[in-house]
Design a protein around this ligand. Structure first.
Ligand SMILES: [Zn+2]
Length: 333
């Protein structure tokens, strides 16, 4: 038996829990942002003005909205680079404006549910996760997971010459010049994750964490077929399912999504029954065994113990929510 008290007191695992976030995670965290803005899914980006008009004027509009496909065709045509650049600027402006709701979000919970040994890798351009980390740090929580941005992010800027990173409003401590925004990486079919140092570093951190991971959670990311480069990099780091006999794969999918179909997309990563599919973050292990997901996994799967759950509180005020996690943090050294 691995009781709730055992779970709180035991924080000795070193293997990381890796969480991969797609657009669905930001939509679950803040379907409507603090300013009443509706967060789009990746395909829906094509219907936002003026992106929609720009695509239509270049002859790439019409049909069902599919930003990924339309942008990819536009960029690859080689004849509309000016329009593609304008779309880049509009998309950046759209996401730069997004603001985290005041109430506790799933992103606050997600960051609080993980430890510094763990890693969150996000494909999202919006600033919600970064804003959640900022407010947790401001509240005195420093034991947060590492976060990397696989496609860049509107909150990120860098001085390449001095390898300094920060926010777009900050200056390089070495040369004093304004940090330059990190480019947003677009969903084109032939993607080069090595061309920008910042993005290459993010992928290499993810690959190294995946190599040692005991648990992987994929949240709101449907592994688009057009993103072959991403899937290839993930597969390389994870290996085949035959090599990952003892690890657990978890998918958090859109409510109402076909669980079998989503599982099949990750078939080559999943060892027989070592997976779960849930459509609510609060049903995931992150919310049922926060900060101890790997300890619980080891107790259950390697020591064949029955483990109690330690469900996180929902719909509580910010301070009360943090107090719950502080009890766990107090046992981590
Ligand atoms: Zn500099």
């Amino acid at each position: 038996m691995f009781t709730r008290a055992d779970q709180i007191a035991t924080a000795d695992a070193s293997a990381p829990h890796v969480v991969l976030l797609g657009a669905g995670a930001s939509i679950a965290a803040a379907p409507i942002d603090a300013n009443g803005k509706h967060l789009p899914s990746m395909p829906e980006l094509a219907s936002i003005e003026p992106v929609s008009t720009l695509l239509a004027d270049a002859g790439f509009g019409g049909g069902p909205p599919d930003f990924e496909a339309a942008y990819s065709k536009l960029r690859m045509s080689g004849e509309h680079d000016d329009v593609a650049d304008q779309i880049d600027a509009e998309v950046r402006a759209y996401f730069a404006d997004v603001a985290l709701p005041r109430d506790v979000t799933i992103y606050d919970h997600l960051l609080l549910a993980l430890r510094p040994k763990d890693l969150v890798a996000t494909f999202n351009w919006d600033p919600l996760l970064s804003q959640a980390a900022d407010r947790l740090r401001a509240a005195g929580i420093s034991a947060l997971p590492q976060v990397v941005y696989l496609h860049g992010n509107v909150e990120l800027a860098a001085c390449e010459a001095h390898d300094r990173r920060g926010k777009p409003s900050e200056r390089c401590p070495d040369c004093g010049s304004d940090l330059q925004p990190v480019p947003l990486l677009y969903p084109v079919e032939e993607k080069d994750y090595e061309q920008n140092k910042f993005i290459a570093d993010a992928w290499s951190a993810l690959q190294s964490a995946l190599g040692n991971a005991a648990r992987v959670t994929v949240f709101g990311y449907s592994a688009p077929v057009s993103d072959r480069a991403a899937i290839e990099l993930l597969r390389e780091a994870w290996g085949t399912w035959e090599e990952r006999e003892f690890e657990q794969f978890e998918l958090i999918v859109r409510p109402g999504a076909d669980h079998e179909k989503m599982r099949d997309r990750w078939d080559s990563f999943i060892h027989s029954h070592h997976y779960d599919v849930v459509d609510d973050y609060f049903d995931s292990m992150l919310a049922r065994a926060p900060r101890r997901t790997v300890e619980v996994f080891i107790a259950q799967n390697l020591h064949a113990k029955f483990a109690d759950e330690n469900p996180v509180p929902r719909d509580r005020a910010f301070d009360e929510t943090i107090a719950f996690y502080r009890e766990l943090i107090a046992h981590e050294v």
